[in-house]
Design a protein around this ligand. Sequence first.
Ligand SMILES: Cc1cc2nc3c(=O)[nH]c(=O)nc-3n(C[C@H](O)[C@H](O)[C@H](O)COP(=O)(O)OP(=O)(O)OC[C@H]3O[C@@H](n4cnc5c(N)ncnc54)[C@H](O)[C@@H]3O)c2cc1C
Length: 307
Amino acid sequence: MPPSRVDLLRYDVIIVGAGTAGLSAALILGRCRRRVLVCNSGRYRNDAAQIMHGFLSRDGIPPAELRRIGREQLAPYDVEIRDVTVVDVRAAARHFEVTLEGGERLACRKLLLATGLVDRLPEISGLPEMYGKSVHHCPYCDGWEARDRPIGVYGQGCTGVALALTMKTWSKDVVLFSDGPASLPEADAARLARHEIAVREERIARLEGKDGMLERVVFTDGSAVERSVLFVKTKQEQGSDLARKLRCKVTDERGVEPAYKHEETTVDGVFVAGDASKDVLLAIMAAAEGADAAFGINCALQEEDLA
Ligand SMILES: Cc1cc2nc3c(=O)[nH]c(=O)nc-3n(C[C@H](O)[C@H](O)[C@H](O)COP(=O)(O)OP(=O)(O)OC[C@H]3O[C@@H](n4cnc5c(N)ncnc54)[C@H](O)[C@@H]3O)c2cc1C
């Protein structure tokens, strides 16, 4: 039997992703008395991190603890959370149809994509075990803990140069590893030299250390440079292809682009929050964007209901 209209529009909003962005949006929308479903496949970007920093009032707690508190505080509201992947989504005339893993189809009036990013790490032996412990990508998240220590930066071209210069804010002792010929423009090489950043161009064989803590970067000729922290630039991909399926504008540089106020995308009724739209990639920004999107969604629903 085909679902009735009431069934079809059981939810005002479906939020895809229950990271910081999705949970923050759910809280605001729940408090607006909206019927909200949050679907979550649970592959959080900061899974590798032991501790998160820089989140006002929550500096230094495990990321999973922030999400636990977030879920707990949704309890009084009409917010349902399901640990399930959204595999497909389709825009219909005045609603969206969402297909869950397993085939169940649901509908909603507005859709929020809080699907995050996935990092691709440089392929260096020993690095995956150290990521989140002594290998990091974000100076704002982990720079303080690396202060005054021997810092390595892994990177090529202008991104390597920029990250190496950035790390001078936290330590005087910074070495740039280009893992092959750096071929830097003269001006960049001179700038690094001026700020006493050595460039090591030897090919890297592996990272060595104990219990995830880096001790040295070892080259293919057997020589090594002692370092206790390494910062790398990761390549980032969208956490899901739903935005592209909906024909939202998605670029490598900016991710899913909000086109209008309050995080609405180029597709009417589809909003984006958190890392999926690549602004400042911090948890507190994800929370703020979630709240902003929720505000936009509620205003849009009010416009429709109170015309
Ligand atoms: C190693 C590391 C350390 C970090 N440390 C810090 C720090 O110290 N301080 C800080 O401020 N920031 C830190 N960050 C950044 C921070 O983690 C992110 O900015 C923040 O978590 C983004 O939240 P989000 O909700 O956008 O995405 P996420 O937390 O990644 O959540 C996205 C969710 O959407 C789900 N999802 C994706 N597609 C689907 C689908 N089709 N169906 C259902 N669910 C789906 C995912 O599985 C995931 O559960 C760190 C990041 C990394 C990688």
